[in-house]
Design a protein around this ligand. Sequence first.
Ligand SMILES: Cc1ncc(COP(=O)(O)O)c(C=O)c1O
Length: 436
Amino acid sequence: MNTELEARQRAHIMYTWSAQSRATPLPIAGGKGATFTDHEGNRWLDFESQVFNCNAGHGETRIIRAMQAQLESLACAHPAAVYEAKAALGERLASVTPEGIDRFFLCLSGAEANENAIKIARAVTGRTKVVARRRSYHGASMGALSLTGDPRRLAGEPGLWGVVRIEDPYCFRCPFETTPDRCGVLCARHLEHVVQLEGPETIAAVFLEGITGANGGFVPPADYWPTMRKICDKYGILLVADEVFTGFGRTGRYFAVDHFGVTPDLITLAKGLTSGYAPLGAVGMTERVAEHFDTSTLQCGLTGYAMPVSVAAAVATLDVYREDRLVERAAERGQELAAGLWRLKARHPAIGDARSLGLFGTIELVTPDGRPLVAYDTVAPKDSPAGRLKEALVRRRVHAAFRWSFLMIAPPLCITSEELAEGLDHLDAALTEVGL
Ligand SMILES: Cc1ncc(COP(=O)(O)O)c(C=O)c1O
């Protein structure tokens, strides 16, 4: 770490989601593919893609050149501006999003995509309440934070009125204490019970992450999404897939819902949309939803709507996914990740569960008697086993995501088999060193 640079920065620029005195700075000066370099020129394996963002990989010159070209031709444009990259982005998005999602509203982030989706769902249905899961994250702005179920929402309370909670498809610690053989997707079916008690005519939408992201990578049973779809259809409720984390190939398909054969009414996008090269989000919707706004005003939009440089970054990113077959490669590497995590689980008793879909894997760490290794909503102290594991990985220059008892692995989709194996070997060694 370049400590002088860090001190200069810390003097005036704040860190996110942290007491400033306890922030963990990330030393990054550049990068290529699935690796980045720090200020001393050391190579790090990026097992987190800069907050599940950089799906196309670091230093991707095709994206950078497209952004440069856009800046030189048109850098600043009115929200209603008509230009080539904007038309091209709509066409590209319509060709990769689930069948039936055809029209897109643009914004700047995942949080803002969810804010807009709430407003759109309310306008289309004339209803106000929204349903979201307990262990979910939907963004840091006030509305998106209200939708969020995890403890980050507490900082924003009292928030948006009318958010109703449902339980999670957290099979390892099933909220209904059932087992796979008796499951019957109670976590999905109980939505109907909640809807009936709340009054179906009051509920505009159900928001679900494609698969739970930062709260622990819960991959739901096969009939979870279809069951949700059926219940929403029965009561005229819009189904919203928040694919901000899981979109653009992360799970080995373009979108996590593609694994379940379900088309949501709305889909919220960001992160992998530009691979983190520029801020951009989007709300995709079916024609049935979009046509409401053919005659009614769409009461949404910022000055920075469809910033040309962000839009050009998105078009180029989508082209990189297609040209390099990155989604297919994520599915292939995903098999290797799953096998690697199961091997680690067999070797390390502290791994209570290992789950993954595509290039998003999670190991859940437990105490010898099966309790979470790190208590919910606490940060592991540096001298605790989880704290030492984190330090052992940093020493091996593997950048991974820790949250409570979950260690999440989500490298850029261009990672090679060798790099993936190298990172998993480091994880194995780190777990052994710490005695987990
Ligand atoms: C599922 C999900 N939705 C929304 C967001 C918010 O996205 P952003 O940070 O771009 O606002 C995130 C961010 O991690 C996310 O994981």
